[in-house]
Write a protein that binds this ligand. Structure first.
Ligand SMILES: [Zn+2]
Ligand SMILES: [Zn+2]
Length: 421
């Protein structure tokens, strides 16, 4: 039997879990600061949802999904992203009939059959935020600001916000014609996938990662030049709000989303030094998504951050890692009779909110002290026959190695005083 984990997966062992806790804490706190509330959806959904909600011409749906049949013959898929499940829950629970907007965030594992590389795994984690129900450009600016706030609160200073508008179906119609005209004579130079896209969906060629395609695209007409009056107005307003929030950004012509339900604002967060693909997160407005998933015509906008990518970015930028919160007190004892008392003390300290542990390996007192040292606790409570007889405990300060007797009833108070709790 192969006892290594599957390719593209990894374990987060306890010595690394502290930075995950911090990451998740900052993400939750920041989102809640903006009035977003957490939503938790299942890890798998009907395959159909992603075909509709992510788009059946995308790489995600065509190449990267973990799809399986359950014993009832249903086609199910491990979620490759979080937006379609949010849209599904929004529709299923008729959340659109409540006062809008709906502001949700999610955090958890996603699954994609992708080539593993720096910060990219087959089971990876995303934080995402979605706002349903408002077309206001102020919402676009708010959600971009939330994304920026999260990474700056985590200590990231070197990043770039890329911004674009992909307009609406009406303005894209004209642009698509221009794009196809431009690409027709260059078809032979495109990759296999893109050659098929020229007639079907030329927009998707713009974000093709193949170098040969990127080279073909110099001199390409720019989508922003083809925006209708309404879309141009929306984009100008988003930029005005971002200026008010003092969020710096660069305009990025290549930032397009080739699917029909994406509209107007598109944005990404880039960090240098984390491999060829520098995007840590991104998102955009998707006014057609809820309808595409079978719901009413409700607009929306959202983004997702790849948490492994963000941790990599934080490490590359030397943002200090945080150690997990370790134990504070170790209860050491000798003999069976003392164990009963040790157990009471353990319970009492834990109930008082003090991180405490004891030995479970039948170690000698000396070995227990070594164990306490290894665990880097601040204090050890010693319980031996002498202590039992005279109704006191011995308290040892592991820093100064000083130890003294303390009345049993005073133990919790004394430990709290020392730990500053
Ligand atoms: Zn338009
Ligand atoms: Zn291509």
């Amino acid at each position: 039997m192969d006892i290594t984990g599957p390719r593209g997966t990894y374990d987060i062992l306890p010595d690394k879990v502290g930075k995950w806790h911090r990451l998740e804490r900052v993400m939750r706190q920041t989102a809640e600061l903006y009035g977003y509330q957490e939503v938790r959806t299942p890890l798998f959904e009907h395959t159909e949802l992603f075909a509709r909600g992510v788009g059946d011409t995308t790489d995600i749906v065509q190449k990267e999904m973990y799809t399986f049949q359950d014993k009832g013959g249903r086609s199910l898929t491990l979620r490759p992203e979080g937006t379609a499940p949010c849209a599904r829950a929004f529709i299923q629970h008729r959340v659109y009939s409540q006062p809008q907007p709906t502001k949700w965030y999610y955090i958890g594992p996603m699954f994609r059959y992708d080539r593993p590389q720096a910060g990219r795994y087959r089971q990876f984690h995303q934080f995402g935020a979605e706002t349903f129900g408002s077309r206001s450009p102020a919402v676009d600016a708010e959600i971009i600001t939330l994304m920026v706030d999260i990474v700056t609160r985590l200590g990231l200073r070197d990043y770039e916000v890329h911004l674009n508008s992909v307009g609406c179906g009406r303005c894209r119609l004209e642009y698509r014609r221009k794009l196809a005209e431009f690409l027709q004579p260059l078809q032979a130079e495109l990759c296999d996938d893109c050659r098929k896209r020229v007639d079907i969906n030329p927009l998707r060629i713009i974000d093709c990662k193949e170098r040969r395609c990127q080279e073909v695209l110099t001199g390409l007409p720019v989508l922003r030049d083809y925006l209708c009056a309404e879309c141009a107005g929306h984009f100008a307003a988003v930029r005005r709000y971002l200026d008010q929030y003092a969020i710096a950004y660069v305009l990025d012509d290549r930032l397009v989303r080739g699917l029909d339900y994406y509209t107007n604002t598109a944005f990404e967060l880039h960090v240098a030094g984390i491999g060829a693909q520098s995007a840590v997160g991104g998102g955009g407005r998707y006014d057609g998504l809820v309808a595409a998933c079978g719901g009413p015509d409700v607009p929306g906008i959202g983004f997702a951050i790849g948490m492994e990518r963000l941790l990599l970015a934080l490490e590359e930028n030397l943002v200090e890692a945080v150690l997990p919160e370790g134990l504070e007190v170790f209860v050491a004892y000798t003999g069976e009779e003392c164990e009963v008392v040790a157990h009471q003390v353990l319970r009492e300290l834990r109930q008082a909110g003090i991180r405490t542990d004891r030995d479970y390996m039948g170690r000698s007192l000396k070995a227990q002290m070594k164990q306490a040292d290894r665990l880097q606790v601040a204090l050890v409570v010693l319980i031996g026959e002498e202590e039992m007889k005279k109704s006191f405990y011995t308290l040892r300060d592991m820093d100064t190695k000083a130890q003294y007797q303390i009345e049993q009833a005073m133990l919790v108070t004394e430990i709290k005083r020392i730990l500053g709790k």
